[in-house]
Design a protein around this ligand. Structure first.
Ligand SMILES: [Zn+2]
Ligand SMILES: [Zn+2]
Length: 263
């Protein structure tokens, strides 16, 4: 999960969700798909299930002296929040009841701050060391500029129909930051050049997995073997296990082995 901080800014009475750390799964996807998917802070939205509100849930926002990033950028307001000296920051949790955030999907929600992320395709998918080991060129850098998004509550919650207005955000449990300087075609070329499959495997990865499949031909299920391989070689690179499993199944089919696992 990406790490978030929730802020309430006293000078402008705005709320902000700031991403302090982008998770390895999001970085991996950014190197693969060309957009940066940010995990949502579910605790804010947990009290909304359909049209129901569960009033027992409270969300803690850090109360901050000064104005939010958006106001600082737009109106050059007091920017004491950016002082690194903790003495100038007055942070105390403010319990905001479930009546806030509002239900109105069209009302403006907290802004979402996404930091600048940049890296080569190999680094973003966690294969930088593999590239260096093979003396492969790293290729151009993909840049996701620092952004402050200001969506509606509907867009933040990913309500059906609400996300259409902003292509910077999308549903399915994640927020998406666009703005890569590499377009889809360039990204395809880069992956081809660097031998990365559509699921983020290098040529060597696929060779290794194929060898494992051939070596173990005849075994009914290799589930535990694959789980171990994912944990030792792919989890650290940020590759989601579903992507790994999909690739293994495809390669098993290619090798003429039924990839379906037994229950
Ligand atoms: Zn994440
Ligand atoms: Zn503000």
């Amino acid at each position: 999960m990406c790490k978030h901080e929730l802020y309430h800014f006293q000078a402008c009475n705005h709320f902000g969700i700031e991403i302090h750390e982008v998770c390895s799964g999001a970085l991996f996807t950014s190197g693969l798909k060309g957009y940066l998917p940010i995990c949502k802070p579910d605790k804010i939205f947990r009290h909304f299930t359909g049209d129901e509100i569960h009033l027992t849930v409270t969300v803690l926002w850090h109360d901050i002296d000064g104005a939010c990033r958006e106001c600082v950028e737009k109106h050059h307001m007091d920017d004491t929040i950016y002082q690194t000296d903790e003495v100038h920051r007055s942070i105390h949790p403010a319990a905001i009841k479930a009546s806030h955030p509002p239900l109105d999907p069209l009302a403006r929600g907290p802004y979402v701050f996404v930091p600048r992320i940049a890296g080569s395709v190999f680094r973003l998918i966690g294969a930088g060391q593999i590239a260096r080991d093979h003396w492969w060129a790293e290729g151009p850098t993909i840049v996701f500029p620092q952004t402050v998004l200001r969506p509606t509550w509907g867009q933040l919650r990913g309500q059906p129909g609400a996300a259409a207005a902003a292509d910077k955000l999308e549903v399915r449990g994640q927020w998406k930051a666009s703005g890569t300087e590499v377009d889809a075609e360039e990204l395809d070329d880069l992956h081809g050049l660097l031998g990365i499959s559509e699921k983020g495997m290098t040529r060597q990865d696929i060779t290794d997995i194929m060898a494992e499949i051939q070596f173990n031909q005849g075994l009914e299920s290799l589930g535990a073997k694959w789980a171990q391989m994912w944990a030792s070689s792919f989890a650290g690179r940020g590759m989601p296990s579903e992507l790994f499993n999909e690739t293994v199944e495809e390669l098993m089919v290619r090798a003429g082995i039924d990839g379906e696992e037994e229950d």
